[in-house]
Design a binder for this molecule. Sequence first.
Ligand code: 5FU
Length: 276
Amino acid sequence: GDGEEGIESSLSKKLSSPKSQKLFDIIISKQSNLCLSADCETWQELISIGEVVGSKICAMKTHVDALSFQDPNEIALFKRKLAELASEHNFVIIEDRKFADIGSTVMKQLTAAPFSISEWAHFVTVHSIPGPGMLKAFKEKDKGVILIAEMSSVGNLPSILPDYKKKTLEMVEESGNEDIVVGFVSQSRVGSSLGGKGGGGSATCFLQFTPGVSLHSTGDALGQQYVTVRNAILERDADVIIVGRGILQQGREKWVEAAEQYRKEGWEALKEKLQL
Ligand code: 5FU
């Protein structure tokens, strides 16, 4: 074959876990490193946009507690439809819950009805603040963890505090949790890069998910800060770009066109970065 095998064998670095490898395989086969941040007002709208742009994304990121539902039956329907969409279009579901508590509490938040996040999310976002013990909860439920190493918002403490990013990486390595941590939400590289720069050739590396990406805006009134797709991937070393309003605010009739623009720019920049 041409493309796929060549691309995979040209990666000199090893990804941390089968879970990150699975996402990387999706990225290569769909030629997309675009994660849609599906910050819709209703669950019905989220399902609609998933149907329309599902073929253009490698992942969909949700905030299930920010969606409006009329009753628990709607939540059950939502979970089923979302899981169907993800398997039909071959994308990963990331619930951006930003868990930040002791393991025992996190376990309840992960499993409790009505959201029952562990039933339908492949990956979840987690703050490193509570320390490594809570990672066991995610391991037990076989969830991929994306740790927050830096945020995109003005004045966020993880980006300001010296060593926060480094300590977040050390927490994963020292507690032996590389197999469930698929990567980091970050604005710069944590550990060794998938691309040419930084780290040794045989180092294990993690995927970098970078939010705060827009081709239309530089920020919002509540502290969000944006960079362009190329800047996120080529300057900040993102592997996966997370885009919400950049696509959503184009309006329903332009969702596909906008998603295609971010997919194409993202994929071109990723190929350039990884020298594929
Ligand atoms: F961890 C982070 C972060 O540092 N910045 C973010 O913006 C998460 N996010 C999420 O990405 C945020 O909660 C939104 O869901 C999304 C960005 O949406 P936007 O519409 O592209 O600004």
